[in-house]
Design a binder for this molecule. Structure first.
Ligand SMILES: Nc1ncnc2c1ncn2[C@@H]1O[C@H](COP(=O)(O)OP(=O)(O)OP(=O)(O)O)[C@@H](O)[C@H]1O
Length: 615
């Protein structure tokens, strides 16, 4: 700031703080609005600022509450740190209330910044710290620079701060990224750098959990699709639920439209048509577009967006303990620490692992599941590590990528790890140790970046003692073990039955307390798999308006009284009947029958192929 503007600022402050007049035209409008807000709240520019710092344990809680934001911002903080060191500045990440989470940058300036309380745990909202880039960006909900004496409080005159709010995909404030340096230095690029970094962070938020939505991504250049420069709109059925700045700008909307506007309004309103990978606007502008549909809906790009109904993918039922375990597991996976999930069959080990994956920083990357018990021993090695052309008789000419390589950047879920043959255990151990994998047939080793999550329903410790499981592999994969409870050990089974029923039979009448209690008290050796299968079958066999009678439920030795056709037998036969009916209707096509019933194909296999020996 030059001498003339310094003088103008002195006049402006004098006018404003003496209460004589509003210094309109002498200070930028957003700064003046901020001064007014501060004055209205009774802040006194001449008083000393009391910055209340947090205790170490309070700061730990704050960090935990903002774990996702911190993770998604980490690489931006690291890359801006270099720039900050060059300009003798500091980069600051705050939460949505302006509480400082992390700082990085020039060690000298970090020291000086700490003297004016720019340190973790301190609040930089306008109401606590007066006009400043963090607080004012939050209040104005836009990027802002606050220079020297534009700060409300005198001691902050030494600062030049640039900040931008960070929004999550749903338009909610998630935090602020700020760069602060000496007011006397040049900060020409600060605004550009902060904006770019925030764009990256906001884009990273979209990598998470939109599998079940229709996501439209577009950009003028095909090369920039998939980068932070693309526009993104996310639809849940017909409703616009998420979007980034670029996309909202193109369709002439702001964040307030999220959750309010429908796909038809937006596309018709802006005259947009999606056709063969292109998004065309009424004014003739063309964009390259990629549309991803909910996982189970076939891809369809031509014409306007297809109508899709959202398939049901309910959040799993978790006990209080499992929720606590999940929070820990997210942190461990983010720190690349292998996990072991132990639990009886059907206790939900894979469901838990998938739910966990969706909440880690690897969410946008693959989740590759392999059941070590289901693959013939001779194939596991090739399946896991891939092979070069001609590696063995029957190998594909082109060779094949192994599951380990397919899991690149994501999670490799090794189910029934106790069933992995000893020889392969050594190979897996080497891959985990070296973080490198060489395809069969003498292929060149390649770096592998994945986090292994193993699952077992066997006692691996006992297997180690018996010499059937390698101790060194056990220590490697079981750095942290999560034990999922069997249904019999769950404290809140009534709640569980009600929740699952409302998910799988939402059209049906609620269960009566008597029926619910009987289901909750029943012993389910197949755990969730069995209970869920049973509830689905009951729902399939009952008219939604018909109450489920207690007599239709399992009680040892009690006949099952199903509606329409009386079946004698226990709950198993009720389930069997629904399954057989579905298999017949789909002429023996197990995949189609499983889809219709909403169960895994493996469930039908288990019941028909393994038990009866034929479908
Ligand atoms: N927490 C849960 N909430 C609701 N349903 C669940 C939950 N966990 C599992 N299920 C249901 O049970 C079925 C089996 O779960 P999953 O395959 O995760 O079990 P598992 O422990 O991996 O079994 P296995 O040891 O036999 O491989 C799922 O398809 C789902 O329908």
């Amino acid at each position: 700031m030059n001498l003339a503007s310094n003088a103008a600022m002195s006049v402006a402050r004098e006018k404003f703080f003496s209460g004589h007049a509003l210094p309109e035209g002498l200070v930028p409008a957003p700064i003046l609005r901020s001064w007014q807000r501060c004055a209205e709240r009774g802040l006194d520019a001449g008083s000393t600022i009391r910055a209340e710092a947090m205790s170490a344990s309070e700061l730990r809680v704050l960090h935990e509450q903002n774990e996702t934001l911190r993770l998604l911002s980490r690489s931006e903080l690291v890359s801006l740190r270099t720039e900050a060191r060059l300009t003798d500045s500091v980069v600051i990440l705050t939460d949505a209330k302006g509480l400082v989470l992390d700082t990085a940058g020039s060690p000298e300036f970090v020291g000086q910044a700490a003297a004016v309380s720019l340190r973790p745990g301190v609040a930089w909202s306008e109401m606590s710290t007066g006009t400043n880039a963090i607080g004012t960006a939050l209040a104005e909900r836009r990027a802002i620079e606050v220079h020297g004496a534009e700060h409300f409080f005198e001691p902050h005159r030494i600062l030049h701060c640039t900040a931008s709010p960070i929004f999550d995909p749903y338009g909610k404030l998630a935090g602020v990224l700020d760069m602060s340096g000496h007011a006397s230095a040049e900060h020409t690029h600060a605004m550009g750098l902060v904006r770019l970094a925030v764009e990256q962070i906001e884009h990273r938020f979209f990598n998470r959990r939109f599998d079940e939505m229709t996501v439209v991504r577009f950009h003028r250049s095909a090369d920039l699709l998939g980068t932070a420069r693309e526009g993104i709109l996310v639809f849940d059925g017909h409703r616009l639920i998420a979007g980034n700045r670029r996309a909202l700008h193109l369709v002439g909307l702001d964040r307030k439209a999220l959750r309010q506007s429908s796909r038809e309004e937006i596309f018709e309103g802006a005259g947009l048509v999606i056709d063969h990978g292109e998004l065309r606007a009424r004014n003739g502008e063309r964009y390259f577009a990629a549309v991803s549909q909910p996982r189970s809906t076939p891809l369809h790009i031509a014409g306007t967006l297809p109508r899709v109904t959202k398939p049901k993918r309910n959040a799993p039922f978790l006990t209080q303990q499992t929720r606590t375990d999940l929070a820990k597991a997210i942190r461990l996976v983010n720190a690349q620490i292998p996990l072991l999930i132990a639990g009886e069959t059907g206790a939900g080990k894979e469901v838990f692992a998938r739910h966990l994956h969706a909440q880690t920083i690897r969410a946008g990357k693959p989740f590759i599941a392999i059941n070590c018990a289901a693959l013939p021993e001779s194939l596991i090695e090739a399946e896991l590590f891939g092979y070069e052309s001609g590696a063995f008789t029957g190998a594909k000419k082109s060779g094949a990528k192994g599951l380990v390589q397919q899991a690149e950047g994501g999670i490799l879920f090794l189910d029934e790890i106790g069933d992995m043959p000893l020889l392969l255990q050594s190979r897996l151990l080497r891959v985990l140790q070296d973080k490198e994998v060489a395809p069969l047939g003498g292929g060149k080793p390649q770096m592998a970046d994945f986090v292994p999550i193993c699952a077992t329903n066997r006692n691996l410790n006992a297997m180690v003692d018996a010499g059937t499981f390698r101790a060194d592999l056990y220590f490697r994969i079981a750095q942290y073990t999560i034990a999922l409870p069997s249904l019999a050990d769950m404290p809140d089974r009534r709640d569980l039955v009600e929740t699952l029923w409302s998910q799988f039979a939402e059209q049906h009448r609620p269960l009566t307390p008597e029926v619910r209690d009987q289901l909750a008290d029943h012993h389910w050796p197949g755990n969730f798999r069995e209970l869920v299968g049973c509830l689905r079958s009951i729902a399939a066999l009952h008219d939604p308006d018909e109450p489920v009678l207690a007599s239709a439920l399992p009680r040892s030795g009690h006949p099952v009284d199903a509606p329409a056709s009386a079946i004698n037998g226990d709950l198993g036969s009720l389930t069997d009947m629904a399954m057989r009916r579905a298999v017949e209707q789909h002429r023996g096509n197990l995949s189609a029958a499983a889809r219709a019933l909403g169960v895994d194909r493996s469930t039908l296999y288990r019941r028909f192929v393994w038990r009866d020996g034929r479908p």
